[in-house]
Write a new protein. Structure first.
Length: 431
């Protein structure tokens, strides 16, 4: 797959007016279903009860603006930027005083040039979003408030794919498709997930494991999905990854599961070890759908992968393609590809020899003894890694746990792990 496609997908989708329901999310799901036809639509009817929640009515909007009566000038035009409207605003067409209008305009005083993203999914209200600078320049007088939105009984929709492998044991990937024009806190997750799906299909025609992908609206989507699918997920999932904000180049971030040491936690922390600006947080800093997957009565083995969890452009119009880059998306994809490659190699190694094997006769160790520093840094690293993998390959510890003990970057470990498998110095067992 051409990895440059990811940034193109994101730019193609950027201006869709996504919300938790409505035409924007349907168009987005249609887009990805054409890329990966294995994705199939799941629907939950409006007003359906899902655990402690209820599916909201379907919301759509075609236009919205504020118009100064005296001058006729328009402000906060939805057609110019869909972040100008508070998500799920009720329809309005009336004239009001500026004082009342200001109570329904959201802005950020500490980021005066940014338009914030604001929603009200479960309480009927209306509002507009502007930069603080725009808000301060509103002239005195009366204003026409126009919001051409509508609510109807419809569906909350999501797309799911299962790439079946030889084993029914599943690796799970979840991401969300419910935000309007923001690049990192929205489109980065689904484009990386779809690129990863294509990678698995192209690289592993007969994969060892099965791989499940879900694209859904955040929070209410995962709650609805779990209300229907929790039993099969609990039965088959051995590791899950929630993807959020994975398109920037600033850092790598992991949010551990509630338990903090499941197989997914181990895999992602291993893959990110040694990365520049790697930050790891406990479940106390949860932020996306890991909240639902790891909740006490669900308790799935899910960890969360972000690039920058906290970034200044978050939930504003400044979350654009100055934040998200082709390189950022590719680097995130490569992290996940290494995890997939490791699972497909096999994660429970057992040494095949009693005592240390003779690595020299296999050209894996120098046959002439010499002062160690003459061998060179990289040669020494490879020798050390091979020896240490063999020392801990007991069939009990998985390769992610072994990697944490060895304490080398995972790319180096994976390279030498493959060599040891090829040389039949370790075999892989099923657990």
């Amino acid at each position: 797959m051409n990895e440059n496609l990811m940034i193109k997908w994101a730019k193609d989708l950027f201006y869709y007016n996504r919300s938790i329901t409505g035409e924007g999310i349907k168009k987005t799901l249609n887009f990805f279903e054409k890329i990966n036809p294995e994705l199939k639509r799941l629907k939950f009817k409006s007003n359906k009860k899902v655990f402690d929640w209820k599916i909201p009515l379907e919301w759509n909007i075609s236009d919205a603006f504020i118009q100064h009566i005296s001058s006729g000038k328009k402000f906060a035009e939805f057609k110019k930027n869909n972040l100008h409207i508070v998500g799920y605003s009720i329809p309005k067409n009336e004239i009001i005083e500026k004082k009342r209008l200001l109570k329904n305009i959201h802005s950020l005083k500490n980021q005066p040039d940014s338009i914030p993203y604001v929603t009200s999914f479960y309480k009927k209200t209306w509002g507009f979003c502007m930069s603080e600078k725009q808000k301060k320049k509103l002239p005195n007088g009366k204003y026409r408030i126009f919001i051409n939105s509508n609510f109807k009984r419809g569906n909350l929709e999501m797309s799911e794919a299962l790439l079946k492998g030889k084993s029914k044991k599943e690796i799970f990937f979840s991401t969300y498709v419910c935000h309007p024009s923001m690049a990192n806190n929205e489109l980065s997750g689904p484009v990386v997930a779809n690129a990863l799906m294509k990678y698995i299909k192209e690289t592993y025609k007969k994969s060892k494991y099965s791989y499940r992908f879900i694209l859904l609206p955040e929070t209410i989507g995962s709650i609805a999905y779990l209300s229907k699918s929790q039993k099969k997920l609990k039965k088959n999932m051995i590791a899950g990854f929630n993807l959020s904000c994975v398109g920037d180049e600033r850092s790598y971030t992991q949010i551990l599961s509630r338990e903090g040491d499941n197989l997914a936690d181990q895999a992602l922390s291993t893959a990110l070890f040694g990365k520049k600006n790697f930050k790891q947080f406990s479940f106390l800093d949860r932020g996306s759908d890991e909240r639902q997957y790891c909740s006490p009565k669900i308790n799935l083995p899910v960890t969360a992968f972000y690039r920058s969890k906290y970034f200044k452009e978050y939930h504003t119009d400044k979350d654009n393609f100055k934040v998200v880059s082709s390189k950022g998306l590719k680097d995130s994809l490569n992290v996940l590809k290494k995890i997939i490659d490791t699972f497909e190699l096999g994660i429970y190694p057992v040494a095949t020899n009693y005592c240390e094997p003779n690595l020299g006769k296999r050209n894996l160790y120098p046959t002439i003894s010499m002062k160690r520093n003459i061998l060179g840094h990289y040669v020494l690293n490879d020798i050390k890694i091979r020896s240490d993998i063999l020392a801990y390959a007991d069939g009990v510890k998985n390769i992610f746990q072994i990697s944490k003990i060895i304490n080398f970057p995972f790319g180096d470990i994976l390279k030498n792990y493959k060599i040891l498998i090829e040389k039949k110095l370790i075999k892989i067992i099923k657990r």
